[in-house]
Design a protein. Structure first.
Length: 207
């Protein structure tokens, strides 16, 4: 069974858009275990709109929290206790794409960050990084945090305009594979995203 975790070097970098593209290309189920922030809709709803997947492949979150902040804080504000034992990747037929919240070191509870959860799952991680200034530092720190926990890294997916020096530096210093790059699309919909993913990535890398 093909199962991947999609995480990021930061928040609001295009991680959900990439997760939608990957899930759509694989015909996978999609699961975001913790949604923090519901104004403007959820990431699951956005993936449903952009991936072209049937509604049944968009799985319900384990926790839906109101405030757009780190899940530990959002849970406190909602009067909810996040039980890490509930966050078990669901058994589904076919591929599964799981999306984290924010970056790899975002607190899930007072004592657990997302990288700790990924270490429990032992699933290959796709690290999504933007190509703008600061990406080398953020990417290498994220790679280091994952490696320290023996989390398998499939590779890095870039978002934005091409910046060959930054991308090459991350591959060389981080010892990771460049999976591809999604440009910023002037019109973002299921069709344009599907075409951009097909042009920028080799589906065989996710087989």
């Amino acid at each position: 069974m093909t199962r991947f975790v999609v995480t990021g070097t930061d928040t609001d970098i295009g991680k959900t858009v990439f997760a939608a593209a990957l899930a759509g290309a694989l015909g996978a189920s999609y699961w975001k275990p913790v949604q923090a922030g519901l104004d403007g809709g959820s990431d699951a709803a956005r993936v449903a709109a952009l991936s072209g997947l049937a509604r049944g492949k968009i799985l319900d979150e384990a926790y839906r929290l109101e405030t757009p902040c780190s899940p530990d804080r959002a849970a406190t504000l909602d009067g909810v206790t996040i039980d890490v034992d509930r966050l078990v990747p669901p058994a589904v037929p076919g591929p599964l794409v799981i999306e984290g919240a924010g970056g790899v070191m975002v607190p899930l509870t007072e004592t657990v960050v997302f990288a700790d959860l990924f270490a429990l799952w032992r699933l290959p991680v796709v690290l999504v990084a933007r190509t703008t200034l600061g990406t080398i530092n953020h990417s290498l720190l994220s790679i280091e945090a994952l490696r320290r926990r023996d989390v398998p890294i499939l590779g890095v997916a870039f978002i934005g305009d091409p910046v060959p020096h930054s991308e090459e530096a991350i591959m060389r210093l981080g010892g990771v594979k460049r999976l591809g790059r999604l440009p910023i699309l002037p019109t973002l919909d299921a069709a344009s995203l599907r075409a951009a993913f097909a042009a920028g990535f080799a589906i065989e890398d996710f087989a």
